[in-house]
Write a protein that binds this ligand. Structure first.
Ligand code: SAM
Length: 384
């Protein structure tokens, strides 16, 4: 495919997304009907679509409109591409750019590519880091690996990956983190993956686990385990007795296989109370995802104040339930991949105001200025 064909494909996909279809579904539907598209074409169309979703408001302004065509034009203008070679009016390409499609300036929240209603709470949460953080959130997220230090050193894993054409650099945020700088497309087939030497995991997720007081022999519950990324990261830190739970057990489907690959044992449970008490319970709660909108940019346009209220109620309920499963003197770790105080400090405060036997030992916010996703961790201790 030539550049115009890719622009036309991204326009078609974005128009479907703007009409309400999830981006992954729209991309799959397009790829099925475009057998002529090679892997490079599919990657290029995907990049255009995801760049447009991350930068939806500023791309719309730069592209002089609101539809898929304007978004693609805006992204290409932001990239400094010669628009005539993409919008060339050829049979498979978009029509030439019209005079009424002149770029406009994005102002206010649009310049940060966030909905208007989220600017005040994000400013409140991020303070003087707001602008720099929001600029980074408009970009693609880095590809980061967690080396399984129980099996190999970080330098050893980097060397094994380099043998397969995957170039990495140590990431400063966590001792097991490697940032992939070249060859990311080879990762899925890499031996280092199949042998459980490394897993994909954001650096801030890794830093959250590194901050937990985990020691050999502890009984630990990952209460919102999902795919189990943090379960496995905890297992690599110490010789633990580990349980994993999720309200949607299907999400943990691959965890058994991944645990076996990593050489660790995890008990999946639908009724964690039966194995309580635990020395530490991690609650990586469902949240707005505002810290990981680089990876899931649709999330920021989907979020509404009503959904945020629902999420904060769920977060409070999870904290209550998890706290009841912690042994006297034990630990409760509350984590979100969100910047918003309503989901972070405010949830912890609300919990503490109802729970006099708990105190905060540590709170920490992570963000893209440190090279990872946005994350929040509060480590609470029971008084015993
Ligand atoms: C942020 S994700 C967890 C990601 C996971 N810890 C990881 O590192 O890959 C939140 C998870 O919480 C689960 N969840 C939602 N409500 C829950 C509840 N009331 N109790 C337990 N898990 C819940 C969701 O199904 C989702 O998998």
């Amino acid at each position: 495919m030539q550049a115009p064909g890719r622009a036309a494909a991204a326009t078609e996909v974005l128009d479907r997304v703007l009409a309400g279809e999830p981006a992954e579904k729209a991309l799959t539907a397009w790829a099925r009907g475009a057998r002529y598209a090679g892997s490079k074409d599919r990657a290029a169309v995907r990049d255009l679509v995801y760049d447009a979703l991350r930068q939806r408001r500023s791309a719309a302004a730069l592209g002089g409109g609101e539809d898929g065509r304007a978004l693609v034009l805006g992204v290409l203008r932001a990239r400094g591409e010669p628009e005539d070679s993409w919008f060339d009016g050829s049979a498979h390409g978009p029509a030439r750019v019209r005079p009424d499609e002149a770029p406009r300036a994005a102002v206010g929240a649009a310049a940060f590519d966030i909905p208007d209603w989220l600017e005040p709470p994000l400013r409140a949460a991020l303070g003087e880091d707001f602008e720099a953080t929001m600029q980074l959130m408009r970009e693609r997220a880095p590809v980061i690996l967690r080396v399984n230090l129980a099996k190999i050193s970080r330098a050893g894993a980097a060397a094994a990956l380099a043998d397969e054409g995957i170039v990495t650099a140590p990431h400063p945020l966590a001792e097991a983190a490697l940032q992939v700088t070249q060859g990311a497309s080879r990762l899925r087939q890499a031996r280092a993956f199949a042998e459980g030497l490394a897993e994909l995991q954001d650096a801030a997720s890794q830093a959250v686990i590194a901050a937990l007081p985990l020691t050999d022999g502890m009984r630990v519950l990952d209460h919102c385990a999902g795919g189990g990324g943090k379960t496995l990261a905890m297992a690599a830190r110490a010789d633990l007795r580990l349980w994993a739970h999720d309200a949607q057990p299907r999400r943990m489907e691959d965890l058994k296989i991944r645990a076996a690959r990593a050489g660790v044992r995890v008990t999946l449970t639908a009724r964690p109370e039966e194995a309580a008490p635990f020395d530490l319970v991690l609650t990586d709660v469902p949240c707005s995802g505002s810290g990981s909108w680089r990876r899931d940019p649709e999330g920021k346009w989907r979020l509404t104040p009503a959904r945020l209220d629902e999420l904060t109620a769920i977060q409070s309920a999870i904290l209550e339930r998890a706290a009841a499963m912690v042994a006297p003197g034990g630990w409760l770790a509350y984590a979100t991949c969100s910047f918003l105080r309503e989901e972070n400090e405010a949830r912890v405060q609300a919990f503490l105001s109802r729970s006099p036997r708990w105190e905060t030992v540590l709170t920490r916010r992570y963000g893209p200025l440190e090279g990872g996703d946005g994350f929040f961790l509060a480590l609470l201790r029971h008084s015993g």
